[in-house]
Design a protein around this ligand. Structure first.
Ligand SMILES: Cc1ncc(COP(=O)(O)O)c(C=O)c1O
Length: 422
């Protein structure tokens, strides 16, 4: 079910009109649907089937404490990439026994902290990191459980900035060296080899790269067995794409005719790879971030003014690239719609923020419902990689975050105050 949708001419989050939230809490404002988050987590969990399998939420997508608590209470595991994220995960109630630590540059103090917390496993990115983890484990008088992150050189067919499974990227151990590095890791007494990890990119909208990766990993697990290395765990990463276009529908809103607009559902993604991975007998863990949370969030912004040049019209809004950087960073598309439909007329505009950068935009040359100063707009599908990437650039205050549950509204992060700027 979609929890952010129009009811007649009003855009609601669950039972609450978003225009009421804009009035009461101001803009820019992130709003999330609690039931959408829970439903999406359960959907993933059910799609995984086997109780040994596990959904580890990738905290980098959205690390709001209250959202983390929701997922921890549901029994999700955590995928963290820093000591800070591990701290946030533990504080929210995630169990270290279902926490994995990824990241291409882990510092010794971070490794030590994670070892002391007794996390399930480190996803190791290089031989030099093997040495570091081994050294820290020896110093702490303990053994570190590890999986090797293998870079299978498979093109995720996503934006180059979020492609991580090609040899030209900094991620993982190259596939051609995998057997050799596993053999070496097996000789290090302070390490316990538990599994294999891969994560080939984000916002992947086709099943084929995942199928190729699953076949590769399955083959690797088999070859390792022949050499006497028996893995019990496959961490298949995240990256499952979401549908950014046509996120909401209304007869007054022009739908995008985009051939890539239909993204497989999580069940379709998992249905394509699980049967392959399960032939290994290993437990399969996944690390979704975006696909768990993106749809559950929306960024509300108010139109400051509309400016018309000779050949262009700009809708200038009060959110900027400091609040949502995805369009500036990788030309990401987000649907933009009015909170209240008052016209069936639309016009071609650029939607831009107030920041002194030409990259401060949310849409370019986009057909948008005709809008005036003072109107509020929703930038859709912003639950993931939204607030978490926000900054104080240009001395702008970070926006508030609101969680909606039915008709109940809770501030889960107050708007930053001027006095908090440093
Ligand atoms: C190692 C790892 N796991 C999981 C994720 C989550 O990816 P997504 O949000 O696309 O599901 C990322 C994202 O960069 C990642 O680097």
């Amino acid at each position: 079910m979609k929890y952010i949708a129009y009811k007649e001419n009003t855009l609601l989050c669950e039972d609450v009109p978003l225009s009421e939230l804009a009035e009461e809490y101001g803009t820019p404002l992130y709003v999330y649907s609690k039931n959408q988050i829970i439903e999406q987590y359960r959907y993933f969990n059910n799609a995984l089937g086997d109780p040994r399998h596990r959904v580890c939420y990738a905290l980098k997508a959205n690390a709001n404490h209250h959202i983390l608590k929701l997922l921890a209470n549901e029994g999700a595991g955590a995928d963290v990439v820093s000591a800070g994220e591990l701290f946030l995960a533990l504080k929210a109630g995630f169990s270290p026994a279902v926490t994995v630590f990824a990241g291409v540059g882990k510092r010794e103090d971070e490794i030590e902290y994670a070892l002391k917390q007794n996390i399930f496993s480190f996803n190791v990115e290089s031989v030099s990191e093997l040495h570091t983890i081994s050294r820290v484990a020896l110093r702490c008088g303990t053994k570190a459980r590890i999986s090797l992150r293998i870079n299978p050189d498979i093109d995720a067919q996503s934006h180059p900035y979020i492609t991580t499974g090609l040899l030209s990227t900094k991620f993982g151990i190259e596939a051609s060296k995998a057997l050799e590095v596993y053999a070496y890791a097996a000789t290090l007494s302070s390490l316990e080899l538990v599994g294999v990890h891969t994560h080939i990119g984000s916002q992947i909208t086709r099943v084929e790269p995942f199928i190729a990766t699953a076949n590769y990993i399955t083959g690797l697990v088999g070859k390792l067995r022949e050499t006497g290395i028996h893995l019990s765990h496959i961490d298949f990463g995240g990256g499952f794409g979401v549908q950014y276009v046509n996120a909401v529908e209304h007869e007054a809103i022009k739908q995008e005719e985009n051939p890539n607009s239909t993204v497989p559902t999580p069940a379709e993604f998992l249905g394509a790879v699980l049967p392959i991975l399960q032939t290994t007998g290993c437990a399969v863990w996944i690390e979704p971030g975006r696909s768990l949370i993106a749809d559950a969030g929306v960024l509300i912004t108010r139109v400051i003014s509309v400016k018309e040049n000779t050949n262009k019209k700009f809708v200038i809004v009060d959110a900027g690239m400091n609040d949502l950087i995805r369009p500036s960073l990788y030309q990401a598309y987000h649907q933009i719609v009015p909170l209240s439909i008052s016209t069936y007329e639309s016009e071609k505009v650029d939607v831009v923020g107030p920041i002194c950068e030409n990259t401060d935009f949310f849409a370019r040359e986009r057909m948008l419902s005709k809008t005036n100063a003072g109107d509020c707009l929703a930038i859709m599908t912003t639950g993931a990689y939204g607030f978490v990437l926000s900054s104080n650039y240009n001395g702008r205050l970070r926006p508030a975050e609101i969680l909606v549950n039915g008709d109940r509204v809770r501030i889960i992060r107050p708007r930053q105050l001027m006095g908090e700027l440093e």
